[in-house]
Write a protein that binds this ligand. Structure first.
Ligand SMILES: Cc1ncc(C[n+]2csc(CCOP(=O)(O)OP(=O)(O)O)c2C)c(N)n1
Ligand SMILES: [Mg+2]
Length: 362
């Protein structure tokens, strides 16, 4: 027998869990520590927002919320690597990426509070062209593939980026998206955020594949596995994938290894299906810890600065929360108004019924 084809999956990491550099060839982003510092501060802001959103849900002021605790390097890094004109198609968890695109925290709160105005991003932000949160698993991968096809047909130098989870990478939509990206050489970056769990299904039960990155090989895409808790690696992986796409060399599947330190959502209790020991270990690899150590080592950060910044983050988040809580509630019929240009008769009947009920009960 001869070998018909051979493949390998590379793993990218610059900063280990202790904040030590494991490679000498630092990319340009890391050679600019001020940029890393700014993104570290943003990661802390995202974590502050996340904790507040969970607290709002617990006190009855927000609907179900999917925490992104532990995903900060992946989420902020993906957003920071994107450019105006690119299109982002998130799942439900990537608020941290959306903030980088210019989505305001108050909009994210509106969305999870059940108000569609939260998806109407400001016209002057990079996010104006982005897709809203997507709860149906991995359908956003196809939306992003469609955007990437449009960029290609129009000859626009832009990329489409979709995020899905380890579980999402098992869906047909994910495979169809990567197949079209390979067949048409689309500028599409599929980010598989492997946080170890798909609600209560562990990564080990999710697939027989050794890595999730290798799924892109079947479609002829470039594939890479990245330490998703290492901001430097996330930025560099995205930079390379974007450059490759813009050079007409096609799309990528990037697997980001991270961990869901929180429950799946506020409607879940992960203690019922996973070991505390696993979570404890994951806390030792979390993304803020290592970047903090690295920046402290460079003399760019210390405890006093962190305390001051945390206070500032709390105040900034409070402004957003107040803006959300003070947004006048929409009339009941608003929930029917963003589904169809021409609503079908049964929906119009439901709309009328809802309005009549509201009039009767106030
Ligand atoms: C089409 C579809 N099927 C099932 C669900 C229910 N569901 C919500 S989240 C989830 C697990 C997703 O896990 P993963 O893709 O790993 O993303 P994570 O939540 O870990 O970010 C499932 C099955 C859904 N939202 N959409
Ligand atoms: Mg997952």
């Amino acid at each position: 027998m001869t070998i018909a084809a051979q493949f390998q999956i590379e793993f990218l990491q610059y900063l280990d869990a202790d904040g030590n550099l494991v490679r000498a060839d630092l990319p340009a982003d890391a050679a600019n520590p001020q940029k890393l510092l700014a993104l570290f501060k943003q990661m802390l802001y995202v974590r502050t927002f996340d904790a507040k959103a969970v607290a709002l849900q617990r006190t009855g002021k927000l609907g179900t919320f999917p925490s992104a605790l532990g995903h900060e390097a992946t989420h902020v890094g993906i957003g920071a690597a994107m450019r105006k004109g690119d299109v982002f198609a998130p799942s439900y968890r990537e608020a941290g990426t959306m903030f980088e695109r210019g989505v305001r925290p108050r909009e994210v709160l509106l969305y999870w509070g059940g108000d569609e105005r939260g998806s109407d991003y400001a016209r002057d932000s990079d996010a104006a062209v982005d897709f809203p949160f997507c709860v149906p698993i991995s359908t956003q991968c196809l939306h992003a593939a469609g955007a990437a096809l449009a960029f290609k047909l129009r000859g626009q130098p832009q990329v489409a980026v979709a995020c899905c989870g380890d579980g999402g990478s098992s869906k047909t939509d994910f495979y169809a998206a990567l197949n079209s990206a390979g067949a048409y050489t689309l500028p599409l970056i599929l980010c598989v955020i492997n946080n170890g769990w798909a609600i209560s299904v562990p990564r080990s039960a999710q697939t027989g594949a050794q890595t999730l990155a290798q799924k892109g090989l079947a479609g002829g895409l470039h594939c890479l596995q990245v330490d998703g808790n290492d901001l430097i690696a996330v930025l560099e992986a995205m930079r390379q994938a974007r450059e490759r796409a813009l050079a007409g060399e096609g799309g990528s599947v990037i697997e980001f290894l991270t961990y869901r330190l929180s429950d799946h959502t506020t409607a879940d209790d992960a203690r019922r299906y996973r070991d505390d020991a696993e979570v404890k270990q994951a806390w030792e690899r979390e993304p803020l810890l290592r970047l903090r150590r690295y920046l402290v080592g460079l003399g760019l950060w210390d405890d006093a600065q962190e305390q001051a910044w945390k206070t500032e983050c709390g105040a900034r988040v409070d402004v957003e929360v107040n803006a959300y809580l003070n947004t006048p509630v929409q009339p009941i019929e608003a929930m029917f108004d963003h589904l169809y240009a021409d609503p079908p008769p049964d929906l119009l009947a439901q709309r009328a019924e809802a309005m009549a009920l509201e009039q009767r009960h106030g």
